[in-house]
Design a protein around this ligand. Sequence first.
Ligand code: BES
Ligand code: MN
Length: 457
Amino acid sequence: MFDPIAALTEYIRQPSVSTDPAYAVGMEGARRHLVSLLDSMGLGVEVIATAHHPVVLARREGPASWPHVIIYGHYDVQPPDPLNLWTSPPFEPETRGNRIFGRGAADNKGPQLVHIAAAARLIEEHPDLPLRLTFLVEGEEEIGSPSFSGFLSAHHDILAGDMVLLSDTLSPSSRRIAITTGLRGVLALEVELIGPRMDLHSGIHGGAVLNPLQALVDICSSLHDREGRVNIPGFYDDVIPVPDWERQEVMRLGFSIEEYRNLTGVKSIHTVDGISPHEATRFAPTLEFNGIGGGYQGEGSKTIIPHRASAKITCRLVPNQDYETILKRVAATLQERCPAAVEMTIKEGGGGGPYRVVPPGRPDTPTEQSEVLVRAFGAADRAIEQVFGERPLYLREGGSIPVIEELRRVLGMDSLMIGMFTPEDNLHAPDESMDLALYEKGIEVSQRILSQLADTT
Ligand code: BES
Ligand code: MN
């Protein structure tokens, strides 16, 4: 019998941080745990090497007439630091109240196990279930999935399913569930400015040499206008209007400034044209500084003109914006605004384009949607209403899962995404947790969806 709580606890115990080679053993541990879970379900499991972290692939095969669902997840997690802000150690899962705490509990170990547990229960109850399943669990999501394109091209034959099912997105709360209809794309850049050959005495040279930190903050501060819009020629050119039905879904979500302030700890909200944060984060592209550095950062003061300065920048992109086009526009603007006295280099840090899926029955639903996807959306709507007592909201999200657009572009598959984490879960932050009641109800929802997909009568 598949024990979902034991499976999750053991999974969180594996420190699978993809960005830091020091965690290689944890990555290996997470793969082993997954392999043993999927193997115990009677599936054919493979661990497939890539240029970086291997992919875990498990298949339940069957005749071509059976629907084929690809279930996606990622076994890698974000780094746990700052460690001193955790109530219990990040890789020693602890249950407090109705939540299990640990790095990766919500992003993405718990939500991913929702579908694995659902399939396990279903297969146990109906060993001859007419449904093909492929579990595709990657280990590079948190670092921008650098190997995924190559992996898809190499294995497109076995990954050619009818649709993708996943839970790696947000719901408004553990009682109000969202079906995610879009993701923003993300484009990461690292900009470096080099000034003098080495740090210089600012008394001897100050006034004669352009300080690269000054040049950098000048350039950075030019990238937004006074109203907070991104000030890069052409940045918004390809953004298309959001249909009414999507705005109405966001209205159903409701909004309280007070709640938003409590959640984030900010003094006031800060959006272009004062639109609500729910719309700003879902419908608009952004440019953010994730880190700026250079010069002396230690105790006290040090009178220097630093040798170098650098900034990490990411843009979030919305549907119809093209990754390559925006990359060119941002890079060209940075170069243009760089004074001749310093040398600029720009490194692309990876990412991917935005994604949007229109659920069946909307004014802008495409006519050529896969029949299995259409049934899955219907089944999800009913299952969520039955299990949670309220129909789902249909919302885009501000976060990114670049591989989802890739799966559509390369394999023509759309995704049904069910939000299984909430704003209280502290994703990418200390004290990350997963709500165990949501976990159990999620399994029930997924089981109903999969069972209806198998029922072709
Ligand atoms: N699960 C998140 C994506 C997400 C977050 C979707 C919030 C919806 C709401 C995912 O694991 C993630 O954090 N992705 C990164 C992608 C980046 C590293 C390429 C992100 O969005 O920053
Ligand atoms: Mn995730």
